[in-house]
Ligand binder design. Structure first.
Ligand code: FES
Length: 217
């Protein structure tokens, strides 16, 4: 696995979302570097939200305040923008965010049966996180991997076609750490996710799909 800096190494070492807190010292340096890329500071709002999520697994209240201060906008503007996007979380989520696609191609291939099996296996309903903060289950719109329907996404990795048996195996492998090199922690920076996707095998035993084939940009 290759990635670009000690900072990213540290982000990847995170194995569970934090309960809260602001940016780390290194995170603040990266925030300032990101802001410098834009003619207007406020254009860095979403990149800074991703940065916060990369550090904590979600966008903490402290990070919202810090982002607002760095960009010269109100905290309400930061949280209002972040709340618009499904991929940004304003409350703690599990180490693994599992998004089951129930859009048309997946629905016709058994997505709702898969979602029901996932709810039963994890003991939570879609939209909930288990008590160990290990898994969050979501229902998702088209993931752009219709050719592998029914499919799902775990953090930045796609898996499909799935059924209840392969879902059980996926959960077992995630819980045991067998997929630690394939599925990055939730919230890691998009360029790290791309590195994971590009270096993982096209299809592994658990059914992970190369993100290029699945249409991930
Ligand atoms: S409909 Fe499920 S990935 Fe497109």
């Amino acid at each position: 696995m290759k990635h670009n800096s000690d900072y990213i190494d540290k982000v990847l070492e995170r194995n569970a979302p934090s309960a809260g807190g602001g940016f780390s010292e290194e995170g603040l340096k990266r925030a300032e570097a990101l802001i410098a890329l834009y003619p207007k500071k406020r254009s860095a709002l979403i990149p800074l939200c991703h940065l916060a999520q990369g550090e904590h697994g979600w966008i903490t209240e402290e990070c919202i305040e810090e982002i607002a201060g760095l960009l010269g906008v109100s905290p309400a503007e930061v949280s209002g923008t972040a709340s618009f996007y499904d991929m940004l979380h304003l409350e703690p989520v599990g180490q693994y965010v599992i998004s089951v696609c129930t859009n048309i191609a997946c629905m016709l291939a058994g997505a709702y049966e898969l979602l029901e099996a996932a709810e039963e296996k994890l003991g939570i309903a879609a939209g909930q996180t288990d008590t160990d903060m290990r898994f969050t289950l979501e229902e998702a719109e088209c993931l752009g991997a219709c050719d592998t329907a029914p499919c799902l996404q775990v953090n930045s990795r796609f898996f499909g076609p799935m059924n209840s048996a392969s879902f059980d195996k996926l959960i077992t492998d995630l819980a045991s750490g067998a997929l630690a090199g394939v599925v990055p922690p939730h919230g890691v920076l998009s360029r790290v996710e791309r590195v994971f996707a590009l270096t993982a095998k096209d299809t592994d035993d658990a059914g992970a799909i190369d993100s290029k084939e699945a249409g991930q940009k």
